[in-house]
Design a protein around this ligand. Structure first.
Ligand code: HSE
Length: 438
């Protein structure tokens, strides 16, 4: 049988990794796919004669449109990232009747509805396993493995760079910027590292997970997004003293009122398996009604792990080349006519528990004022920790853990605490999730 011909857009970290994996494991991949898979045409800029291993036999161009318009290319693999020209190239590939594999989370999160509608019309597949959690086959697990279940919630460590930074801060007391530089050198960080540290990368991925879990359109602009740049060494230490770890989580949950989509630093009990996922590793915890909890762990970034997911998609697409387009796995897990408009809740409507840290004058009545405000706001306190002031200092650090309460109520209480004369700092707020299975 004729080989399947790949057109590759991008020969950077993931593109180069994909060319290498296709070549290194060619025989094993062909045994699985039932056909040889060959890299035919690749587009990349600035190679300066440095052709990545595996791309030596391919025609190389600087113009991606030459690849997507090449009539011999069966599957276009988009690994350039970003919005443009990735969107235009993918839409052109679809228009030309080609199947597409992409690792581009921003593209799917922001333009996925348009891209999938175009693909549906043309009867082609757009596969995106590598867009979420790198090499972990999480899209396949949710879309296919959990198709018997109602999914209750998903909580994931889905940005390796952020997890690496938090882990190094906790274990080695290292400086934020220093760890970020190392993540960049290792090829984990985004081209714009604010995407990692401010949670945008995790928000792209979370919005994709939410859509395939609950059968709703991709709604990136509705994800509440908070990064890790304000997490201090103090918070890491106090969380540990209270039996928690701080992880940067993407959380999506369906409630009777609607769907939560939020990315923020979160205290989670240290006894949870996911609390012990360290370094650049990713993990996704899912609670589903029939399976119960399940945890998916692995490398969320890096050339070979991400290429592993890209090549798995290429194999999947190869196997489905001869199948009836109406009988393929739907892009968003649910049949296109079954995508519904369950509302997405604003952060004010989300209910969660909280860790609060503040500095207060060390004098009688301060704690009473704080607990009065909490009581008036209907907020139940779970634990209080007071750190004595350093010698000659009249300022004490107070840490509170609360029970679950609506974010809007907590916002009002925080505003009132900050009005107190005795409070001499901003109130730091970190959300707390038990991630229990009930
Ligand atoms: N910058 C991302 C991360 C790469 O650190 O997880 C994988 O999407």
């Amino acid at each position: 049988m004729k080989p399947v011909y790949i057109g590759l857009l991008g020969l950077g970290t993931v593109g180069g990794g994909t060319a290498r994996v296709l070549s290194n494991n060619a025989a094993e991949i062909a045994r699985r796919a039932g056909r040889e898979i060959k890299l035919l045409h690749a587009a990349a800029r600035g190679l300066k004669g440095q052709i990545p291993q595996g791309a030596e036999q391919a025609t190389i161009t600087e113009d991606g449109f030459e690849v997507v318009n090449n009539p011999d290319v069966d599957i276009v693999v988009e690994l350039i990232g970003g919005d443009s020209p990735a969107r235009e190239l993918v839409l052109q590939a679809i228009e030309n009747g080609k199947h597409v594999v992409t690792a581009n989370k921003a593209l799917i999160a922001k333009h996925g509805n348009e891209i999938f509608a175009a693909a549906q019309k043309k009867g082609v597949v757009v596969a995106f396993e590598a867009a979420v959690a790198g090499g972990i086959p999480i899209i396949k697990a949710i879309r296919e493995g959990l198709s018997a279940n109602h999914i209750n919630w998903i909580a994931g460590i889905i940005n390796g760079t952020g997890n690496f930074i938090l882990t190094e801060m906790r274990d080695k007391g290292r400086d934020f910027d220093d760890v970020l530089k190392e993540a960049q050198q290792l090829g984990y960080a985004e081209a714009d590292p604010t995407f990692d540290v401010e949670g945008i990368d995790a928000a792209h991925k979370l919005c994709i997970l939410s859509s395939i879990a609950f059968g709703v359109p991709l709604q990136f602009d509705k994800v509440y997004t908070e990064g890790i740049s304000k997490i201090s060494q103090d918070d890491v230490t106090f969380a540990a003293q209270l039996g928690y770890r701080i992880k940067h989580l993407g959380i999506t949950r369906v409630t009777e009122q609607g769907i939560e989509m939020r990315v923020h630093p979160t205290l989670i009990p240290e006894k949870r398996l996911i609390a012990n996922v360290d370094g650049v590793m990713n993990a996704v915890l899912i609670l589903a009604d029939k399976l119960g909890p399940s945890l998916y762990y692995g490398a969320g970034a890096g050339a070979d792990p991400t290429a592993s997911a890209v090549v798995a998609d290429i194999v999947d697409v190869t196997r489905s080349l001869t199948t009836d387009p109406d009988n393929r796995v739907p892009h968003l897990a649910f049949q296109p006519g079954q995508i519904n408009d369950t509302p997405v809740l604003s952060m004010d409507e989300v209910e969660t528990a909280y860790y609060l840290r503040m500095k207060a004058q060390d004098k009688p009545g301060v704690m009473a004022d704080i607990t009065r405000i909490m009581g008036e706001g209907g907020i139940s306190i779970e634990a209080i920790l007071q750190k004595e002031p350093a010698q000659d200092d009249a300022v004490a650090t107070i840490i509170l853990l609360t029970q679950r309460i609506k974010e809007a109520q907590m916002n009002r209480a925080i505003a009132a605490i900050q009005q107190l004369d005795s409070i001499s700092s901003e109130v730091t707020r970190i959300r707390v999730e038990s991630l229990a299975a009930d």
